[in-house]
Design a protein around this ligand. Structure first.
Ligand code: M6R
Length: 600
């Protein structure tokens, strides 16, 4: 979703801002802009479309040592040059970039900004106009900035330039992510450390409702009421090569291929000196003390949560509910007496999940976040964190984070089971090693998945995924992956459920991808395949060695039945990837989507 960068220092800011915005492209956007300042001249460049379009529009003869930049994912107003950020106040004195949603922007417009001529449809423009109004009424800029923030309701990360002061960027955040990066004789602002790794790996986290005065020598953090806050920087431990595509055509393919390595990294990270997979005692005790676990997540992370429920219930015999965050937030179920909440989020920034976490904490409950991003909002605000160790995931379509989430949930389930006296008949480290090898074999078989995608999905309008038990959950994930990057209307269903309505959509040649890795439902899912074939469907059965038959299109290597989702999801990821390629779609940056969904 929207991304912010800012630079104040001694060198030309344009290239640093543009490169920073390129690093934020993965978050999803539909327009972009920068504003650069020299003395009391501010030049704004903004374009609908890609950063490459913005780059082409920037006047290379303008040089400036201060600037802010933005990628916009449209919420209020269509993607257009007028609605792109930065936005300026009527006099042109103030220039602002904003990430988030101002919920009361309409009220502010009506009650405080009558007569102001707005040039965009955005909620953002009220912010910059409000500052100008307060300054015109006699407040100094810092006071006006504070007064403006006190008026805002909703989420924001923002950076402001003042034409009459080329030595400061004014920064603030609430609910939306924002960091300040530190350098020698320069400082930067970024939604994500990745954007500014080109110039620094030292970052300071910002908390909600803090304001920051950034100059090239100093970063002063204050509360909204003006109290100074001291906070030490941390080192962003991201390898610059992790965020490059290398020889891959797309991040998505690179990230699919990284999955065996991620499995092994997770095992290393969670091994104790004796080589046993382990989890922090406080977390295991908290889970053990709870009478019910509530997993809350969105999208792919929600699908990983469904698999996690199976693992925890099967192994640790602890009841688990799984909820979509955007629903849970407004329609919370009746909670058990001693609940514990598990938030699963690759980015750790998803606004829907964060809103639930805030509610859960207000009710005094404990929460664990499972995330790929150390220091992310969901990690900071939960009581406990388990990291995924998957490395940055750049493609909008989540792949390695999904398998990493399931692997970490498997370790959590296993350690909790041991604590509760339910010992398993297998060694988890060994089983995850088998899983890693199986994923590797699948990644080596890409031609097959390319052929399946061509055969079944290159021209179809729709496709169905069916499965039973845990295979149903993999089907849901397979359908999400396919629809989000290839725009084929794809739906996942429990195998037995199609005949209760959806089977009406089956026509001659409709692709039905059936996952069959579970012995207990092997015959019944094959029965469901027969039902759709009888109505003309083109079936593609993905089964597991040992359960396979001659009718199967692809057979994945055998792994323990608890861990089949880690393996059977890989064909669905690769099929989705190749289907999107065949249909000429932008694989890494699908239309309308954002990597980090920071608005509710
Ligand atoms: O960062 P999160 O895991 O919280 O993100 C949740 C979803 O937005 C995300 O999984 C989304 O569904 C992916 N684009 C799916 O590939």
């Amino acid at each position: 979703m929207c991304g912010i960068v800012g630079y104040i220092g001694n060198v030309d800011a344009k290239e640093i801002l543009l490169k920073g915005l390129e690093k934020l492209e993965y978050r999803g956007y539909d327009s972009a802009g920068i504003a650069v300042q020299t003395g009391n001249e501010i030049s704004v460049f903004k374009e609908k479309g890609r950063i490459a379009d913005l780059r082409a529009a920037v006047d290379s003869s303008v040089t400036a040592n201060t600037g802010i930049g933005h990628t916009r994912w449209a919420t209020h107003g269509v993607p257009s040059q007028e609605n792109a950020h930065p936005h300026q106040s009527t006099s042109g004195r103030f220039t602002l970039v904003h990430n988030g949603v101002i919920e009361n922007y309409d009220i502010i417009k009506r009650e405080a900004l009558q007569g102001v001529n707005f040039v965009s449809e955005t909620d953002t423009e009220v912010i910059v106009q409000l500052i100008e109004k307060y300054v015109n009424e006699g407040q100094d800029v810092e006071t006006a900035f504070r007064s403006m923030l006190k008026k805002l309701e909703g989420s924001y990360a923002l950076a402001l330039l003042d034409k009459e002061n080329d030595e400061t960027i004014f920064v603030a955040k609430n609910k939306s992510p924002l960091l300040v990066g530190l350098g020698e004789d320069f400082n930067v602002v970024a939604s994500d450390a990745m954007a500014m790794l080109q110039v620094t790996d030292q970052y300071v986290e910002l908390m909600d409702k803090e304001i920051v005065i950034v100059t090239k020598e100093n970063v002063t953090i204050q509360t909204l009421n003006g109290e100074t806050v001291e906070r030490a920087p941390y080192t962003a431990e991201i390898d610059a090569s992790d965020i490059e595509k290398g020889t891959y055509a797309h991040y998505m393919l690179k990230e699919i291929d990284e999955q065996p390595l991620v499995m092994r990294k997770i095992m290393q990270a969670y091994q104790n000196d004796a080589g046993t997979l382990t989890i922090d005692n406080d977390i295991v005790n908290a889970i053990d003390a709870a009478d019910r676990l509530y997993i809350v997540a969105c999208g792919t992370s929600y699908h990983a949560g469904l698999v996690g429920k199976q693992l925890i219930e099967n192994m640790a015999k602890k009841p688990v509910e799984v909820h979509v965050a955007s629903e849970f937030n407004y329609n919370m179920p009746l909670l058990s007496e001693k609940p514990l909440f598990i938030f699963i989020s690759q980015s750790g920034e998803t606004a829907d999940s964060r809103a639930c976490l805030v509610q859960v904490k207000e009710k005094g409950h404990k929460a664990l976040t499972i995330t790929n991003v150390a220091g992310s909002t969901l990690s900071r605000e939960a009581d406990y964190t388990l990291l995924l160790h998957a490395g940055p995931e750049i493609a909008v379509a989540s792949t390695k984070a999904y398998t990493a989430q399931i692997a970490v949930l498997a370790i959590l389930a296993n350690v909790t089971a041991e604590k509760r006296g339910y010992n398993q008949s297998f060694d988890l480290a060994q089983e995850l090693g088998i899983v890693a090898n199986a994923i590797e074999a699948l990644c080596d078989d890409k031609e097959e998945f390319e052929a399946i995608a061509r055969e079944y999905l290159s021209t179809t309008r729709n496709a169905f995924f069916i499965g039973r038990a845990v295979d149903n959950y993999v089907g849901l994930e397979g359908a999400l992956k396919l629809k989000e990057i290839s725009y084929i209307q794809a739906e996942g269903f429990a195998g037995g459920e199609l005949k209760h309505g959806t089977i009406a959509l089956i026509e001659d040649g409709t692709p039905v991808i059936a996952i069959a890795t579970q012995e207990k439902v092997n015959l019944s899912i094959r029965g469901n395949v027969k039902e759709v074939v009888a109505r003309g469907a083109n079936p593609c059965i993905i089964s597991m060695k040992g359960l396979d038959t001659d009718e199967d299109r692809y057979v994945v290597p055998e792994v323990h039945p608890y861990f089949t989702p880690l393996v059977s999801v890989v064909p669905t990821q690769l099929i989705a990837y190749y289907a999107a390629l065949h249909r000429d779609c932008d694989v890494d940056k699908p239309r309308n989507l954002a990597k980090s969904v920071t608005v509710e």
